[in-house]
Ligand binder design. Sequence first.
Ligand SMILES: C[S@@+](CC[C@H](N)C(=O)[O-])C[C@H]1O[C@@H](n2cnc3c(N)ncnc32)[C@H](O)[C@@H]1O
Length: 318
Amino acid sequence: MTPETKQNLADPDSEAAEIRASLMRGLPEIPCRFLYDETGSELFEQITHQPEYYQTRTELAILEAHARDIGKIIRPLEYVELGAGSGRKTDLLLGAMDTLECCVLTDISEDFLKESVARLRVAHPNLQLRGLTADFLSNLGVLGQSKRRLITLLAGTLGNLHPGAVPGFLRRVAQQLTPEGGFLVGIDLIKDPARIEAAYNDRAGVTATFNKNILSVINKRFEADFPLDAFEHRARYDTENSWVDIRLQATRPVDIHAKALDLKLRFNTGEEIRTELSCKYSPESFAAVAQDTGLKIREIYSDNEGLFANILMVREDG
Ligand SMILES: C[S@@+](CC[C@H](N)C(=O)[O-])C[C@H]1O[C@@H](n2cnc3c(N)ncnc32)[C@H](O)[C@@H]1O
């Protein structure tokens, strides 16, 4: 632990119980936050540069065009980014908002976060800037009281939540804002399924490596022995649910022992583990899940092709 970071993660026992229960489901799952150790964060950064991955370059262009407007609407004193990753978008937003006094970057990937915070401190020496290692799903309260705050959750990260979990999450975000604050969220829009699937099956195979890295993380954290070469990356767009279902499929029968979970599992050829959902929305379907959450949509910023949107929400009572 360093002065810049503070441990606000799940305690190891409840985390072990959670992962044990999710691996024992009919369709075994590993929560997607386990994709992100330092290697996972570096691989995600590489994904953002793949030609098929339209999301990052599209969102960067949207933010470049509208960051000043967002700054004028909210006039934030504090900027908080959830799941900040490399901080590339943070840099752009901080540069466009002249009312800011301080900035908090949060992520679960502690070492990667430290590097991002160090880079941003050099680029923005007049801002009080700190990193906070925290899980934004279970521990938003750690942000504490603030004056006028802009919270952001960029990329398609909100899409990693099951749609049923989104209203509760938005309610918790609303509680972290004073009435004049704002929440800026990135939403990957529903589009041609082939275009979406290509983004999660890049030709260079970076997404496949990123997905399999989750098994290395589980092996290290829970003394497990998943053989990475016995699983293949699968990412399919489910048009009925408007989500990309990302899985690892066993290519041969394998027996797994996770000592720290006191768990033995067998995967037969073709059996799968779900590692991530990436839900896509239309502006209308997002408005529907955001109803009655204490937040209302103030602005929707998008690109000419309608690939991606950044939605600015404010408190209903603001
Ligand atoms: C899809 S990446 C987006 C990174 C960056 N914001 C961007 O726009 O490129 C998701 C980020 O959220 C972090 N993350 C994922 N689940 C998290 C959680 N439950 N709590 C905190 N951070 C999380 C990951 O470590 C990663 O940096």
